[in-house]
Ligand binder design. Structure first.
Ligand code: HEC
Length: 179
């Protein structure tokens, strides 16, 4: 009896450790992805301006993210999504929809959650981290876009919905999913 009880505690502890590991690993990956994307984007904007950074973003977001994720690519899938999309390829998975509804129109601090762990029906977990609009995002996602930025965006994204955001407004999620 005592043995069974000890085993149960052990299983619960292992389960808990596994849950925490995923949280830590996913959070680290999200941070690496964000900083790598931002570093590359800021460098491009600084050297060639926002207009030139748009096609750069269009073709390089995937490869930059993949190289930042390195060997973790074999364990996780990841991406970005939003309630107001620029690239339709970033369309939300069904499991993200209710979270997008909760967060849309909210501002940093309105919802006291830095991240969400969602469990899928097949037992795999997804980590979702809200992204908020920072000053440097406004150039391409804000209310008063420069005319040439607007024209360049229209070229690549004729159905662009990802504008008119305000500072600190919820922009979307970065998500990390167990494979
Ligand atoms: C130089 C212009 C530019 C800047 C600055 C910029 N973005 Fe974007 N953003 C884009 C482009 C272009 C895309 C579409 C990328 C693609 O094709 O996947 C995009 C896509 C996204 C997406 C994916 C969802 C969607 O709408 O397709 C998110 C989330 C996002 N941006 C958030 C941000 C945040 C947060 C910042 C500031 C930290 C930021 N962006 C700064 C141009 C920009």
């Amino acid at each position: 009896m005592k043995f069974v009880f000890m085993m149960m505690i052990y299983v619960v502890m292992m389960f808990d450790a596994k849950a925490q590991n995923f949280e830590i690993e996913a959070k680290k990956l999200a941070t690496d992805l964000k900083s790598s994307l931002m570093k590359n984007l800021s460098q491009k904007i600084a050297s060639e301006g926002a207009v030139k950074a748009i096609p750069f973003c269009h073709t390089n977001v995937g490869p930059i993210a993949k190289s930042a994720a390195d060997e973790r690519m074999s364990k996780f899938e990841f991406g970005r999504t939003s309630h107001k999309l620029r690239n339709e390829k970033n369309q939300a998975m069904p499991w993200a929809n209710s979270y997008l509804k909760d967060f849309q129109g909210k501002f940093k601090g309105d919802i006291k959650k830095d991240f969400i762990i969602h469990k899928l029906e097949n037992g795999k977990r997804v980590y979702l981290e809200p992204l908020y609009v920072q000053a440097q995002c406004l150039t391409c996602h804000g209310e008063n876009l420069n005319k040439s930025v607007k024209m360049e965006l229209n070229k690549f994204y004729p159905n662009d919905q990802a504008t008119d955001f305000k500072l600190n407004e919820f922009r979307g999620f970065i998500w990390i999913k167990e494979k």
